[in-house]
Write a protein that binds this ligand. Structure first.
Ligand code: C2E
Ligand code: CA
Ligand code: CA
Ligand code: CA
Length: 280
């Protein structure tokens, strides 16, 4: 009996955890609409720093959920849940709306500023995507060229048939497209040539090691050269120190994003960073 209990124990524990996990997920889902409405779900901005310009040229909008009991919930813990439950559109609209409202307050002082919003893979299947983005831009009076949409390569590949059409429509609208997390998926040269993106973001897992690892440095360098040959701007993600920034400058990287040049921060803090006094 003891042996049976010992065997059953880990399984029982697993079941309990699994049930608890599921209940927490269900609870979060139930709170999602309320969190959107109450401001518990908000948008942080991480500076994108131009090396040639030697200043902040824009920001990436990153969603945050400040939960009243559970504290901050990382996006990786709730975005997949929201997406599988078909609520990606609501989340994207919320982030887009906040990002464009903030951007419209900054543009008078910095007309060149570009804000990037992450686009859920699911939205590439939506025929109304172009209108969704176009309407939001019009509502806030933001020129399309001041908005970038970031898409992961896996999102584009998973929706290849719809993606080509949706991306062409977005380009027609005049927004910029950026390939996010580059290097972590299965991109091919022909794919890179087909996607009408003007920016490539090299994933932080490659950027992290370039100072100490000549092999990684070579990989990043050839990716930069390739992107430049395709007329794309290169952003390095996850730049945490000056040594990494210097190494990236040497191999021709255009834009830096990482803790070294600024962590994700609230809108008013970002406005102060770029010297804008006006905030929404
Ligand atoms: P991502 O688009 O690759 O965003 C970059 C992530 O790297 C962010 O994590 C950012 O905080 C983090 N990061 C920036 N600089 C550094 C650094 O120097 N070192 C390290 N270690 N990390 C750095 P975060 O904010 O937790 O977001 C995680 C992911 O969640 C994002 O990855 C993106 O895929 C997704 N996400 C965030 N906001 C949204 C959103 O509004 N919509 C959608 N669909 N996805 C979002
Ligand atoms: Ca991104
Ligand atoms: Ca990324
Ligand atoms: Ca990522």
């Amino acid at each position: 009996a003891q042996r049976a209990r010992a065997k059953a124990a880990p399984w029982g524990r697993f079941m309990a955890d699994d049930g608890q996990q599921e209940r927490r997920q269900m609870a979060l889902l139930g709170e999602f609409s309320e969190a959107l409405a109450s401001g518990a779900i908000w948008v942080a901005y991480q500076p994108k720093f131009g090396l040639a310009e030697n200043r902040v040229i824009g920001a990436e909008a990153l969603v945050r959920w400040r939960h009243p009991e559970r504290g901050p919930i990382p996006p990786d813990d709730f975005i997949p849940l929201i997406e599988t439950e078909g609520r990606a559109r609501e989340l994207t609209c919320h982030v887009l709306d906040h990002a464009l409202a903030d951007l419209s307050a900054w543009l008078p002082g910095r007309p060149d500023l570009v804000v990037a919003v992450n686009l859920s893979a699911m939205l590439l299947q939506e025929a109304g995507l172009k209108d969704l983005v176009g309407d939001a831009l019009a509502r806030h009076g933001v020129p399309p060229a001041n908005l970038t949409l970031e898409l992961t390569e896996s999102a584009i590949i998973a929706n290849a048939a719809d993606a080509a059409c949706r991306l062409a429509e977005l380009r027609e609208l005049g927004v910029k497209l950026s390939i996010d997390d580059y290097g972590t998926g299965q991109s091919t040269l022909s794919y890179l040539r087909q996607v009408p993106a003007s920016e490539l973001k090299i994933d932080k897992c490659f950027v992290r090691c370039i100072v100490d690892n000549p092999h990684d440095r070579l990989l990043v360098r050839s990716t930069i050269d390739l992107a430049h040959a395709l007329d794309m701007t290169v952003v390095a993600e996850g730049v945490e120190d000056a040594a990494c920034l210097d190494a990236l400058r040497l191999i021709g990287c255009d834009v830096i994003q990482g803790w070294h040049t600024g962590k994700p921060m609230p809108a008013d803090e970002f406005a102060a960073t770029i010297g804008c006094t006006s905030s929404r």
